[in-house]
Design a binder for this molecule. Structure first.
Ligand code: NAD
Length: 465
């Protein structure tokens, strides 16, 4: 771990498992409450100095961190493949993307705003940092999601304690190591441990904000325990995103992007397409194109350059996805591809596509977070919009077709934070991103996301003498 710029070990450790082989590849520290206290104390001590440096200086630090990440690209990508299962090329992409992200966030500025200026009165709004930010990260994009929190939190003048998922702690621990050569001591601390460590962070009286990405169930617990000190919270949670394919779409053209929308990262993506609604006029043609593309995609060990999709990241999730497939078989739904799990080491699940299962089946209603996709038929726009909105989730969604005006009018009626038209999963440090309903609270990325790492402060001056 990195606490106050120093490497810290613990007596107790946690094993890290390579999901492609089920072998233990490392043991990482299992932080105690005392370790967390030390991390928060060092972040608190570093805060007054860090928050009073100029934003341009902090911005330079972020760029240097971005360069250092690029310089360690191969080691980080290898670790990511080993801990997460991600194929090597995609692992390198995650590292490169994080470095880019740091440098783009470094360009952002929340400007002092003059709200009113008259002869007698001046009203200005400032943004001030919050203090210590606790960043709690899941296992599906352990590196990128850590950086997405670290970059805006530090730029805004906060200090940070990061806690990766116990399943994928290696790359985040490495960020601490790399940053200790660049940032002043205490500005960025990284601690590893189990779910309890997450809870201790959310309960800690000296942590001012929690930036959490993870499941909706845990997000609710985070909000509850953050309430005790009225901590600020940003929650990026689960999703059950739908794609709606219009009757004028070209099945041959869209099958490939829609395949990747659903299965990228072995479908362990919050904004993965998890339900695909296709107009009945082109349903059969689309399903045939999708299955035709999907059958040649190679699932395997991410270290093999020929692999397109790696394993499920952990045993718990693997068993959950298998249970969902078993349930799909039990109800007699038509599985047109995959569905059979081979008895071999590693948490591998084949690409599985289900042909028009009932709307209330578990494979449609639940967030699979694994490579099982229901393709569903619709006839009427009002009906499909109602079905897509009939979920507690509201993260994203996409619409595919040539009639852009129709696509836009549907987009306006979807109850989600993002809707893409003829593209999907496009994210940027400059586009606001956040969930509606039980998919989250608050915004990440963009100036709105940066503002969530600050307090708004209004100063008014009566100029009359
Ligand atoms: P999870 O909720 O189980 O764990 C997330 C993190 O929270 C881990 O670091 C975990 O140790 C920690 N944690 C567990 N219990 C805690 C508690 N009581 N208090 C504080 N922290 C606690 O999620 P996961 O299984 O790691 O990730 C998968 C989920 O994340 C999926 O639902 C997915 O959709 C969601 N996700 C959302 C986004 C988004 O941006 N909306 C992005 C990626 C993943």
């Amino acid at each position: 771990m990195t606490i106050n710029g120093e490497p810290v070990a613990t007596e107790e450790t946690l094993p890290v498992i390579n999901p492609a082989t089920e072998e233990v590849i490392a043991h990482v520290p299992n932080a105690t409450v005392q370790d967390l206290h030390a991390a928060v104390k060092s972040a608190r001590a570093a805060f007054s100095r860090w928050s009073s440096t100029s934003i341009d200086e902090r911005s330079e630090f972020l760029c240097k961190l971005g360069d250092a990440i690029s310089a360690n690209r191969e080691e980080l990508a290898t670790l990511l493949t080993l801990e997460m299962g991600r194929p090597s090329a995609a692992a390198r992409g995650e590292i490169d993307g994080a470095s880019y992200w740091l440098k783009e966030v470094a360009k952002q500025r929340l400007k002092r705003e003059v709200i009113e200026e008259t002869e007698n009165h001046l009203v200005e709004r400032y943004y001030t940092p919050l203090g210590v930010v606790g960043a709690i990260v899941p296992w599906n994009f352990p590196f990128a999601l850590s950086i997405w929190k670290i970059a805006p939190a530090l730029l805004a003048g906060n200090t940070v304690v990061v806690k990766p998922s116990p399943y994928t702690p290696l790359t985040a621990l490495k960020i601490g190591e790399i940053a200790s050569e660049i940032l002043p001591a205490g500005v960025l601390n990284v601690v590893s441990g189990g779910d309890d460590l997450g809870r201790w962070i959310t309960e800690h009286p000296d942590v001012n904000k929690i930036s959490f990405t993870g499941s909706t169930a845990t997000g609710k617990k985070v909000m509850q325990s953050a309430a005790s000190h009225l901590k600020r919270v940003t929650l990026e949670l689960g999703g059950n995103d739908a794609a709606i394919v219009l009757p004028d779409a070209d099945p041959a053209k869209i099958a490939k992007p829609l395949f990747w929308a659903a299965f990228r990262n072995t479908a362990q993506v919050c904004i993965a397409t998890k339900r695909m609604y296709v107009h009945e006029d082109i349903y059969d043609a689309f399903l045939a194109e999708l299955v035709n593309f999907a059958k040649d995609v190679k699932v395997g060990n991410g270290s093999d350059p020929a692999t397109d999709l790696g394993p499920i990241q952990n045993k718990m999730q693997y068993e959950k996805v298998i249970d969902l497939i078993e349930d799909t078989k039990r109800i007699g739904a038509n599985i047109v591809l995959g569905g059979e799990i081979e008895d071999q080491p590693g948490y591998f699940i084949p690409v599985t596509i289900v042909d028009n299962p009932p709307e209330d089946s578990r494979v449609v209603v639940e967030e699979a977070f694994g490579p099982v996709l229901p393709v569903l038929k619709y006839r009427d726009y009002d009906d499909v919009i109602a079905r897509v909105n009939n979920t507690k989730y509201g993260l994203g969604g996409s619409i595919w077709g040539n009639d852009i005006e129709m696509a836009k009018s549907i987009a306006e009626r979807l109850e989600t934070g993002t809707v893409w038209i003829n593209e999907v999963s496009v994210l940027s440090p400059h586009y606001p991103f956040g969930g509606h309903k039980e998919s989250g609270l608050g915004i990440e990325h963009s100036l709105d996301g940066l503002a969530e790492y600050t307090n708004s402060k209004t100063i008014m001056i009566n100029k009359r003498k």
